[in-house]
Write a protein that binds this ligand. Structure first.
Ligand SMILES: NC(=O)c1ccc[n+]([C@@H]2O[C@H](COP(=O)([O-])OP(=O)(O)OC[C@H]3O[C@@H](n4cnc5c(N)ncnc54)[C@H](O)[C@@H]3O)[C@@H](O)[C@H]2O)c1
Length: 324
């Protein structure tokens, strides 16, 4: 298939690009490299361009004529979105709409969108199904939800179908060691703990030890980035085969606490490091775990890396030999 991937030089996008290339798809990456890395796009053709460039995207789409667009490009820091909400509404929502307009004008019919568990805010019950009411608690979550709504409306008004994947916590790295997570600043738990293990950071802080979870720390559903990537390939095939527009959660349905992740990192790496306890951070729900049965049933999604140890081993391998 011919696929345009926005944000394909970023963490999750690069793992999807790699799998698309491996199965022989024709992939074009569009990324402004604000947070991405040229090397991460691998052998895919890379156009360095910004989502806000409507004319540029119209040209690109007209020339390349993709059968589908996968849209990863966005800002991803929840905390920053609280400090600077308009930065998130501009890039994730307004620029997302600009891309959608270019897609409409160029006759793109299939679209896959990176949404987030952040659209649920603090869910009433876990595992959380897609039918739970969206109720974001930060601008990042809203910035994603607005795009979901626009997609829903586009799908009812035009010959256009989409899949929105609400990722829980992406983690791990491709076992080849060629690509992995490289954010600056890094805010995700597993790479932060690994940096403490490697000595790049002095230690780590646990924010909140008095949550109503078994050990008092936050529980998250960590999903290996290659399993996430595979869900995108399956979503592409689903849309190509005429599947209707859908929203799917993407997680394993099992959560690990911060303390459990720290213990697993110590075990995998054999390293010790300091852990300090700090008060809760605003906007962190106690527990976020996905009910992904719809994804498994409808797209026949079968995770291959559903194991915290494997997630940490692949991330550690990347951390020790990172290329960017
Ligand atoms: N990492 C996670 O755990 C997680 C969880 C839920 C949802 N998501 C979503 O998945 C997507 C990818 O996340 P990631 O962790 O790979 O992030 P990332 O920052 O590694 O990748 C995003 C990419 O988009 C590019 N980009 C950003 N703004 C752009 C613009 N205006 N024009 C062109 N390119 C632009 C960046 O340069 C970067 O390469 C994002 O939409 C994010 O919101 C991620």
């Amino acid at each position: 298939m011919k696929v345009l991937v926005t944000g394909g030089a970023g963490y999750i996008g690069s793992h999807v690009v790699r799998q698309l290339l491996l199965r022989g798809d024709d992939v074009l990456v569009a990324d402004n490299l604000s947070n991405g890395h040229r090397e991460a796009a691998g052998t895919a053709c890379l156009e360095v361009m910004d989502l806000s460039d409507n004319a540029g995207f119209r040209n690109l789409l007209k020339t390349f004529q993709p059968e589908a667009v996968i849209h990863f490009a966005a800002f991803i820091e929840v905390g920053e979105s609280m400090q600077n909400p308009l930065k998130y509404y501009q890039n994730n929502t307004a620029n997302g709409f600009t891309l959608l307009a270019a897609c409409r004008d160029s006759g793109v019919k299939n679209f896959i969108f990176s949404s987030s568990a952040a659209v649920y805010g603090t869910p009433k019950a876990v595992p959380v199904p897609e039918t739970a009411p969206p109720a974001p608690i930060n601008p990042y979550g809203f910035s994603k939800l607005f795009v979901e709504q626009a997609l829903r409306d586009m799908a009812t008004s035009a010959d256009f179908r989409y899949v929105a994947l609400r990722y829980f916590n992406a983690a791990g790295a491709d076992p080849s060691g060629e690509i992995g997570e490289s954010h600056n600043p890094e805010s995700h738990l597993i790479p932060l703990i690994l940096k403490a293990a490697s000595g790049e950071r002095e230690g780590i802080k646990i924010f909140g030890t008095d949550y109503s979870t078994p050990d008092g720390t936050c529980v998250r559903d960590y999903v290996h980035v290659n399993d996430l990537a595979d869900a995108h390939l399956k979503a592409l095939d689903y849309l190509r085969d005429g599947g209707e527009s859908r929203v799917f959660n993407c997680g394993y349905g099992r959560g690990y606490s911060v303390r459990e992740v720290v213990a697993a990192v110590r075990q995998v790496t054999g390293k010790d490091f300091s852990v300090t306890e700090a008060p809760r951070r605003a906007g962190d729900p106690a527990e976020l775990v996905a009910d992904s049965r719809e994804l498994a049933e409808t797209l026949k999604w079968k995770p291959q890396f559903d194991n915290l140890r494997t997630i940490i081993e692949t991330a550690w391998n990347w951390e020790l030999n990172r290329r960017y």
